[in-house]
Design a protein around this ligand. Structure first.
Ligand code: UFG
Length: 327
């Protein structure tokens, strides 16, 4: 069954590439549009790769006219919350600028459906209460603020131009393709689980723990880790939702498992799994880190029918470990 092309910006990256694999498995042709600033050619395996930047209106219009996609999935963005505090212009310029250009190209070519990579970083809390969609937005860093602005743009383009959208607010993406075809490969790596596993693999001496004086039981930050393939599946479900009668306007879903793990607990889980002592050292807090982010995903479960398949943190770490230690 050929269900048509999907324009996937940032499809050569971690979440984008896993979603391309899921798109192909569901009968779509992913057309990757990527400037390769963080992506990898090896991650583009299920459709064509068009080299381009989301701030390049002409390039976007040309690719849309060539492939006639039925919808867009917009992953392309800078993602390091800590870096965004030091260089906010980089984050607002690329993330918000790319969104405005992409939505303008969609409006001008009559392309009216988009699934957008948003983030839990639009929220901030020190409470263990799971965060639902209606929680007030209060980004702790320019990265989260740039994504909140993109959601605002989606609302504006829905009202003015009838563009239907789903913003998926990922909590902390983790794990790797269980078939071993894809995995996480950021350069430089800033994320907790791959950094811990680099220590276990002997590529790094120790893991630095950014602060143990947060208002949490062990003093380290708490996050809700969600398997990359479960995120990919939510994108497929979102396409079906956008095609249905409820899919008009600008919609949003929070995606996580509803369980929080502290940085210390993640280190401990990786020690148990790998059998490596993983030396850890407490250092200063990293600027822009919210203390706690735990997801209430009831809306995605009810409305999209989303059912995470790999909610277990150890399974997520195990898949990331298999990827890192692959032959
Ligand atoms: N951490 C450390 N040491 C490290 C790296 C991270 O202690 O070397 C801590 C961080 O301070 C934070 C936690 O581990 O408390 C998770 O940090 P990550 O960098 O892995 O992830 P973030 O929570 O900062 O951000 C990630 C994504 C964002 C997304 C967010 C949503 O990078 O894109 O999750 O929760 F928005």
């Amino acid at each position: 069954m050929n269900r048509g092309a999907i324009l996937v910006t940032g499809g050569a990256g971690y979440i984008g590439s896993h979603t391309c694999k899921a798109l192909a498995a569901n009968g779509y042709t992913p057309v990757v549009f990527d400037n390769m600033s963080g992506g990898h050619p090896w991650a583009v395996q299920w459709g064509p790769l068009e080299y381009g930047d989301c701030r390049d209106y002409e390039a976007l219009v040309r690719v849309i006219r060539q492939y006639k996609p039925v919808a867009v999935m917009h992953f392309a963005a800078f993602i390091a919350a800590g870096e965004s505090v030091a260089d906010p212009g980089k984050y607002y310029g690329n993330n918000v600028g790319g969104m405005i250009t992409l939505l303008s190209a969609m409006r001008d070519t009559g392309l009216d459906k988009i699934v957008f990579s948003s983030t839990a970083a639009i929220f901030s809390t020190d409470s263990m209460d799971p965060i639902g969609e209606d929680r007030a937005q209060s980004p702790s860093n320019p990265y989260g603020a740039s994504k909140a602005m993109c959601e605002e743009l989606l609302r504006g383009f829905a009202a003015a131009h009838g563009i239907r959208s789903v913003a998926l607010r990922y909590f902390n993406a983790a794990g790797a393709d269980p078939d071993g075809e894809l995995g996480e490969a950021h350069e430089p790596e800033t994320h907790l689980i791959p950094l811990i596993l680099e220590v276990a693999a002997g590529k790094r001496q120790e893991i630095l723990i950014f602060g143990d004086d947060y208002p949490t039981p062990d003093g380290t930050c708490i996050r809700d880790y969600i398997h990359i393939c479960d995120l990919a599946e939510a994108h497929i479900l979102s396409l079906g939702f956008l095609n249905g009668s409820d899919g008009a306007g600008a919609n949003a879903f929070n995606l996580g498992n509803g369980s929080g793990f502290s940085v210390m607990e993640v280190v401990e889980a990786a020690r148990s799994l790998t059998g490596h002592p993983v030396p850890a050292r407490i250092v200063e807090r990293r600027a822009g880190d919210p203390p706690v982010l735990i997801c209430d995903a009831r809306r995605a479960r009810k409305t999209l029918g989303w059912r995470p398949q790999h909610p277990n943190l150890t399974t997520q770490i195990e898949h990331a470990w298999s990827w890192m230690t692959r032959a």
